[in-house]
Design a protein around this ligand. Structure first.
Ligand code: SF4
Length: 267
């Protein structure tokens, strides 16, 4: 080891916070900005968004870098899925998990639903398609009281349109018709609430109206113009803002990448 490296190592071992520099380095490289294959197929998890251009960037394969803390939040969500899938399996209620579903009409969409379970108290042994969500304590407290499948649908569509749009897309794509459910677990306390969701075509179409426009633009090989100013709250919360701003700034490499991808996605 070079002298500088040894000195650096000794200094970091002597420092009180010996872990943060090492882990910061690890996390900073773990989930960089990436490009996946472009496709006109919507991903149900990214199909509900106030910005059509943002949905289109997802279709063109753009994956933003995930910063360290958010990466750990995502990892926590993944382990919550594994845990709850095991709970359902141990109860003998789990029928299927990680279910690949595809739809071609009226929209092209493909994704993976979390699970299908048998509803235990139901004499008909009814099946339910479920999605599992891990949320903050604040978000958990704001959840409405669970009601029937229709009231849950309307109440949660206001609060969590992405989750409802995602679940309705899975329900619509599933060849066996059934109701769905959302299970929310509080990240801090592990309390949970479940919501039966009844499929509703009008709600699905409303929630996916921006996705329909984004998909249409991909099919035509055209990039949607930015509909918001950069200071707009939607842009501040946008996953693709850095790419979007690079394009607006006239970044040639970004523009070439998008043109190439529009050509590949076009039908
Ligand atoms: S930065 Fe704003 S305009 Fe650009 S994709 Fe995101 S939300 Fe849309």
């Amino acid at each position: 080891m070079a002298e500088g490296g040894l000195l650096g190592l000794m200094r970091s071992l002597a420092a009180s916070d010996w872990l943060t520099p090492v882990m910061d380095e690890f996390f900073s490289k773990r989930q960089p900005e990436e490009w996946w294959s472009p496709s006109c197929h919507l991903h149900p998890s990214g199909a509900v968004d106030p910005c059509q251009r943002s949905i289109q960037f997802g279709l063109l394969g753009h994956k933003s870098a995930v910063e360290a803390r958010l990466g750990r939040i995502f990892d926590n969500g993944k382990s919550m899925h594994i845990r709850w899938t095991a709970y359902f399996a141990e109860q003998g209620m789990l029928l299927a998990w990680d279910i690949k579903l595809t739809m071609r009409d009226p929209l092209m969409a493909s994704g993976t639903a979390d699970l299908i379970v048998r509803r235990p108290t139901n004499l008909k042994n009814e099946l339910l398609l479920g999605d599992l969500k891990s949320i903050s304590s604040g978000g958990f407290k704001r959840l409405p009281p669970p009601g029937d499948g229709r009231s849950n649908l309307y109440n949660l569509a206001k609060l969590h349109p992405k989750y409802i749009g995602q679940l309705l897309t899975y329900l619509r794509a599933c060849p066996i018709k059934m109701d769905g459910f959302l299970l929310f677990e509080d990240k801090d306390t592990q309390e949970y609430k479940t919501y039966l969701i009844t499929y509703d075509e009008a709600m699905w179409r409303k929630l996916l109206s921006n996705a329909e426009v984004a998909q249409g633009a991909c099919v035509e090989g055209r990039l949607i113009e930015a509909p918001f100013l950069r200071s707009h709250p939607t842009c501040r919360a946008c996953w693709h803002r850095e790419l979007c701003f690079r394009l607006q700034n006239g970044d040639k490499a970004a523009a070439q990448e998008i043109t190439r991808r529009l050509g590949r996605a076009k039908r």
